[in-house]
Design a protein around this ligand. Structure first.
Ligand code: SF4
Ligand code: SF4
Length: 378
């Protein structure tokens, strides 16, 4: 069937008809602020995958690009199979994984080996090129790397769902969360093979596949997901996105994705219309960013670099990691030096108000209230 994929700016083939959920769970990750502490990874692991048969599972992982992968080579293997991925302006002119399927398969994919899952930290902190002996680093320097945070994308056109012969995978109409019905799953692993992000995983002791459930018990209570709540770097924001053609200016996700276009999908060319969006790393070569995040990468980097000129954008970036609650709308008051950004829930109640500029407080050497002197001992 023909469906419209706004990330490709064209129609494409998909197994089922185009249906939009009432609202869509969405994440925005600012790659520039991540410190690869893996707190998100452990928060998710402790919440959902600490059981038998789940030892190797990381529904959330953070990998160093360009050499980090979990499972090994997940993206390069598929990119190679897919062949050239040209863009004509902002329209994708190559094939998606649904259109590039070879004879005898429905969706272009591959099944990882067991050993592909054995090194979750492979490539950690490795730069793109070898720094040779006696070479010294100049500014700006050539070696680069960055951290890529990865979870299931709760795609609008999920490959896992399209591939399942048991119809065990479904997308909830109330919030777009993609789930695997454990009662229906028979462990054929077609979802593992088809998911281009390799975020559906097989559990041997139950004989069924499992994946990120978008912390739905929390989301149903108006809370952001575990990986967002626990992020040390405050790089993450979770919320609900409206359709691409009816964005709301005060919705934080719509603003970043559709209005400012600063947050971009990962490998849009795969065609699943993923719902995790990334602010691209500003120090990475444009061609690499473009392959990962599509033709909007250059503009996103430019917008991000001058975020301080835009009070709305500056304020919104300060709201990342500021509350456990889901922020439905935001408002900026005042200017960048003295202003505040407030976040509201879906009923308009104020959840949080953050200053646009972090206050700097310099303590006096003599504290009159306590009648003590403070000495700098360093
Ligand atoms: S990322 Fe993979 S597992 Fe998640 S919805 Fe998309 S295709 Fe399915
Ligand atoms: S918790 Fe946040 S800063 Fe730490 S690795 Fe995860 S995304 Fe990065």
């Amino acid at each position: 069937m023909k469906v419209y994929n706004w990330q490709l700016n064209r129609e494409m083939d998909y197994k089922y008809q185009e249906i939009h959920p009432q609202k869509q769970v969405t994440w925005v990750f600012d790659t520039n602020k991540c410190i690869a502490c893996q707190t998100c990874t452990m928060a998710c692991k402790n919440a959902w995958t600490s059981g038998k048969g789940q030892e190797y599972m990381f529904w959330n992982n953070v990998e160093s690009k360009p050499w980090g992968f979990y499972p090994l080579g997940w993206d390069v293997k598929l990119l190679e199979k897919l062949g050239p991925q040209p863009w004509n302006g902002d329209k994708y002119a190559g094939k998606t994984i649904f259109e590039g399927a070879q004879y005898g398969e429905e969706i272009l994919g591959y099944a990882p080996d067991e050993k592909d899952y054995s090194h979750p930290n492979l490539g950690e902190d490795e730069v793109n090129q070898q720094v040779k002996e006696k070479e010294y680093i100049t500014i700006p320097h050539q070696p680069w790397m960055f951290y890529l945070q990865r979870i299931c994308n709760h795609c609008s056109y999920p490959a896992c769902l399209g591939a399942c012969p048991r119809k065990a995978i479904y997308k909830r109409k109330e919030d777009g969360i993609v789930l695997i019905d454990q009662k229906r799953c028979r462990g054929y692993q077609e979802c593992v093979r088809a998911c281009p992000y390799k975020k559906s995983m097989f559990r041997t002791n139950t004989g069924k596949s499992e994946k990120c459930i978008s912390c739905f018990p929390a989301v149903e209570q108006g809370k952001q997901t575990q990986c967002v709540q626990n992020c040390i770097g405050k790089i993450r924001l979770f919320g609900f996105k409206n359709n691409w053609n009816e964005p709301k200016g005060d919705n934080p996700i719509d603003y970043l994705v559709h209005i400012k276009k600063i947050a971009l999908p990962l490998y849009p060319q795969f065609g699943t219309q993923p719902n995790v969006y990334y602010i691209p790393p500003i120090h990475v070569p444009e061609a690499f960013n473009r392959q990962l995040f599509g033709p909007g990468a250059k503009n996103a980097v430019e917008q991000y670099k001058k975020a301080y000129e835009d009070p709305d954008l500056t304020g919104l970036l300060m709201l990342f990691g500021s509350t456990d609650q889901i922020i439905s709308s935001f408002k900026v008051e005042g200017d960048i030096n003295n202003g505040y950004c407030a976040g509201y829930d879906d009923k308009g109640n104020e959840l949080i108000k953050v200053p646009m500029k972090e206050p700097i407080i310099i303590r006096e050497e003599y504290d009159e209230q306590r009648n003590v002197r403070r000495f700098n001992v360093t």
